[in-house]
Design a protein around this ligand. Structure first.
Ligand code: 13P
Length: 253
């Protein structure tokens, strides 16, 4: 018996439509579908439609936007709205990724507006939270994620289609990842914080930050880890298919 797992690929600023199509052709020959597993691809906006079209008919292989604007339409050059992402085939959106927060200056308030727009527009919101190295070393990890969660999720309905991704900023693209036990402990704190905000204990919490085929099994074995959000290792079809083939036992089995 294996627990249900969610595998999310954040392609960041990689794979144009032609490259995305080639990737998926290869991935689909390697992937072994199984019940209880969901895979979500977050391609760049220009490749959303190509990925959505390639995945049609493949249940539990979904596509989402990497970022959205909170307004549904208007004069916002370069931005993608929830209706535009939906129209291109997206069923989910990442919100508050650390690169949006730290490289593009996204504030907690903007993240909150985006969560509201994503949920209000009928997409699943995958909210990213996580501390920087300085914050971790100062012992403020839980305080930081508490602030990020409260800012983004206060007032969100318990039945909202929400996933949380814990991505320590110091582990992203660095080859350093949290130990499975450290990740589990932060996930446990996040779960309690979500319950305190009126959200269900069953909300899925993913881990992200230098996840690779070699370390994914130990991470998803942790009881509080419901899946992974992967950058670099999701750009190679073989490595991504290996990650998506990972199974984890249900505690007590
Ligand atoms: P890496 O897997 O490349 O560390 O990226 C993690 C990430 O930011 C996923 O959103």
């Amino acid at each position: 018996m294996s627990k249900p797992l969610l595998f999310a690929a954040n392609w960041k600023m990689h794979l144009h439509p032609g490259e995305a199509g080639t990737f998926l052709d290869r991935f689909l020959t390697l992937d072994v579908p199984r019940s209880g597993r969901t895979v979500v691809f977050f391609p760049p906006a220009v490749s959303l439609q190509t990925v959505a079209a390639r995945l049609e008919g493949h249940d539990h292989l979904l596509v989402g936007a990497q970022d959205v604007h909170w307004e549904s339409a208007g004069a916002f050059t370069g931005a993608t709205s929830v209706p535009l992402a939906r129209g291109a085939g997206a069923s989910a959106a990442l919100v508050g990724h650390s690169e949006r927060r730290h490289l593009f200056g996204e504030t907690d308030q903007e993240t909150a507006q985006k969560v509201a727009a994503v949920l209000g527009g009928g997409l699943q919101a995958m909210l990213c939270v996580g501390e920087t190295l300085d914050q971790r070393e100062a012992g403020t990890t839980v305080a930081v994620v508490e602030r990020q969660l409260a800012a983004a999720l206060t007032g969100v309905a318990p039945q909202a289609d929400l996933v949380v991704a814990y991505e320590p900023v110091w582990a992203i693209g660095t080859g350093r990842n949290a130990t499975p036990e450290d990740a589990n402990a932060v996930h446990r704190s996040i779960r309690e914080l979500l319950v305190g905000l009126g959200l269900p204990r069953s909300t899925r919490i993913l881990y992200g930050g230098s996840v690779k085929p070699e370390n994914v099994a130990a991470l998803v074995e942790q009881p509080e880890v419901d899946g992974v959000l992967v950058g670099g290792a999701s750009l190679d079809p073989a490595s991504w298919a290996t990650i998506c083939a990972t199974m984890a036992g249900v505690p007590g089995d």
